[in-house]
Structures are given as C-alpha cells and as structure tokens.
Design a protein around this ligand. Structure first.
Ligand SMILES: CSCC[C@H](NC=O)C(=O)O
Ligand SMILES: [Zn+2]
Ligand SMILES: [Zn+2]
Length: 386
C-alpha cells in the first residue's frame, strides 16, 4: 500500500476532491464553489483568435446506499491494490483532476499552444443540468469561450480498450394517462382504467422486448444503438374496493440518434389510441437534438484525437452514449464533443455501489490527456476557425 508520504500528489488531490460531499440531493458545492456557480479556468493560447478546446466536467455526484459499500463512500479509501473507493471516482471526479494535472504537467514542461484551453466545472449534471450546463450554454460567458471542440465524460471499459462516445441517445420521459369508468371493486365495470393500462404496458414493454432481442442477438450493436423503454413509475387508485377513474404509467425511453423521432412519436400515439378512449401521453423530458460528432479521419479534431490515441497504443471503441451527459448541450449548440473518461481495465461502476478506480489507471489517464491536449491545442487554423 502506497503510504501517504510517497503518494503521487495528483492522486492525493483526487482523493481530496472525492472527500467533498457534492452529493445529491444537497450537494456541498460550497466547498468547491458557492451556490450553483459555473467555474471557468482558462489557459490562453498563443493565438487566441483560434477556436478553443473545452474540457468540461460536472462537480456533482449521485447518492449512495452506504450500507452496501465496503468503505465509506466519501473517505476515498485506497486498498492494497491501489483501488480508490468513492462516489465520483469514475463519474467524474477522476476526469476533473486528470484535466487539471495534465495542464499542470504541460505548464511545468514550459509548453504553450496556439489554442486556448478552457476548464469548465458545472453543477447539477446528475439531475439534468437545468441549472447547470443547459443554462450556461446560453450565457455570454459560454459564447466568449469560442469553443472549437469539447471533451466531456465517458464510461469505463473492462477490457484493454477505451470507449469513446461521439453522440448520445435522446431522453424521453413520458407519462401515459388512462382514464376509465369508476365503480365498486366487486363488479365487472366496463371500460376501466386498468384494462387500458394493460394495453399500454403490453405495447410499450412489447417493444422493449423486441429491442432487447435485437441487441442480444447482434454481434455489433451496443446499448447506444437500440431503443430502451423502462416502466419506472405507476400511479393511480384510492382504495382496494374502488375501481379508479385514472391510472398512469411513466416510462424512461432512450432513443438512438439514428431513429426518426417523429415516426417514433407517431408509434407512441398509436399505442395510446389503441389502448382505448381518452388515453393520452405527456412529455416530462423530450430530447429532440440528434447531433453527432464526426469520427471521420477527415475531421481535424477527430484526427488529432484518434491519432494521439494510436500513438499511445490505445484501442478505441466508438459508441453512442447510452444515457445523457452535458455533452448533449455542447453538441446541440453546434460544437463537436467527445465523451471520454480514460478508464480501461475497469468495471463500469458509475452510480453503483463500491465505485472505484485504480490509481495506476488514474495516473495513466493524466498521460493520455497530456497527449490529447498537446495535439488538439496545437491544431493549425482550419475552416472552423473562420
Ligand atoms: C435527462 S436528465 C438525466 C440525466 C442523467 N444523466 C446521468 O445519469 C440520465 O438519466 O441519463
Ligand atoms: Zn457523470
Ligand atoms: Zn452520473
């Protein structure tokens, strides 16, 4: 076990950050920055007219079920293998510190690059970014950063390879209302809410089954390439012996960028119509932006990113992110963004019990960012700079 004394300063900083309880529902942002402030740190380039590199990370983390953890999730315990346990070790406090440490290293080596690099720390990603990135991209401070290319979080990969995300699935949160005739629970009431609800559930979950099969039977599809539908909330009813006048089902739906959203909504409409009189749906979340970032060799940003990885002997797997991150707001503004958290040989444990990251994987990530930033911030003027 690496004693405190000989521990790498960047690992120490990472562990220090993990101990700040920026956990929902009441994140202690005060220890990072007061309120829900967005923090920007800029390293100005030698040619500030060129578009910049944006390194985005969120400061919040999701709650824990402490009784299921082998170590205190906010103590940043490191075991004999060098595994550091804590909420946020993967999602995404590692990346924040890796960005900072990569820049520290480059600066200490006396490097300067033509393009400006901005570090951006945003709150509330885990609850949708409504008071975080969603708002910030519409502020003049965001405009002023003159973003050319953005990096944001990705996922761990249990193999030797690294996963890179060039797009995300759209998030649709839908509630279906099934009205029906009320009456005594002892009778055969006609046209009940429950009968309609059953049809709704059959249609939505039947589609879920089909998509699951499509994924399971395919060699090349990943989760980001299929539509998932999960029933996440059921509401309705007042008493055992009262047939209710309404029942509601809510679904978390994630849709790949290749799906025709208009046609998909028509499908939902049909499922509701077919379920019976008065069945309607409403949206609580309806992501309509389907922008993806180019992963074509002809794209200078991607070329810089991928050729750096190649030089570092890294294998990349390019995928669509299955959930939602703040990258979607960057892409929706028209900027290319890649989701990448340099964690190979690591189980995917974001939002899970016993989330951890090995210190050597963490340290290797700093070297990776050092290479990526050098390449990206050195890119000569291109069309996007005009
Ligand atoms: C659509 S807002 C919720 C965003 C959330 N992001 C991380 O888990 C997600 O559920 O994907
Ligand atoms: Zn995250
Ligand atoms: Zn998360």
């Amino acid at each position: 076990m690496g004693g405190q004394q000989e521990e790498e300063p960047s690992v120490r900083l990472f562990r220090e950050y993990l101990r700040i309880q920026t956990v929902h529902p009441q994140p202690d942002y005060g220890k990072v920055h007061p309120g829900r402030t967005v923090v920007i740190i800029s390293w100005e380039g030698t040619d500030p007219k060129l578009k910049s590199i944006l390194l985005n990370s969120h400061t919040d983390v999701v709650p824990v079920f402490e009784e299921h953890w082998k170590h205190d999730p906010f103590a940043a315990v490191k075991d004999e293998q060098g595994n550091i346990y804590g909420r946020g070790t993967q999602d995404m406090k590692c990346v924040t510190i890796q960005y900072i440490e990569a820049i520290r290293r480059l600066k200490s080596e006396g490097k300067r690059f033509p393009r400006t690099i901005h570090l951006l720390f945003v709150p509330d990603e885990e609850i949708g970014g409504v008071n975080g990135m969603a708002k910030f991209v519409h502020c003049e401070e965001f405009q002023a950063m003159r973003v050319g290319f953005g990096l944001d979080e990705g996922l761990a990969n249990p193999t030797d390879a690294f996963t890179v995300f060039y797009g995300e699935r759209s998030v649709w949160w839908v509630t279906v209302h099934c009205p029906g005739c009320p009456g005594h629970g002892s009778r055969f009431i006609e046209n009940t809410a429950a009968e309609k609800l059953r049809k709704v559930l059959n249609s939505f979950l039947g589609f879920r089954e089909k998509e699951k099969k499509r994924l399971d039977l395919s060699q090349c599809l990943t989760l980001g390439d299929v539509t998932t539908i999960n029933l996440t909330l059921l509401q309705g009813g007042v008493a055992y012996n009262v047939v209710p006048e309404e029942m509601m089902a809510s679904f978390d739906i994630r849709i790949p960028p290749t799906v025709d959203l208009k046609a998909f909504e028509e499908q939902i409409k049909t499922w509701c119509q077919d379920a019976g009189d008065g069945v309607v749906y409403e949206f609580h979340q309806k992501g309509m932006d389907q922008s993806v970032t180019s992963i074509d060799k002809s794209d200078p940003w991607w070329n810089a990113f991928s050729s750096t990885c190649q030089k570092l002997d890294m294998t990349l797997q390019c995928e669509i992110f299955p959930a939602a991150t703040d990258s979607r707001y960057i892409r929706a503004m028209g900027f290319p963004a890649i989701g990448f958290s340099p964690m190979n040989r690591t189980p995917i444990l974001l939002h899970d019990h016993n989330e951890f990251l090995n210190e050597n994987v963490f340290l290797a990530g700093i070297t990776i960012y050092t290479g990526l930033l050098s390449a990206l911030a050195s890119l000569p003027p291109m069309q996007a700079d005009a």
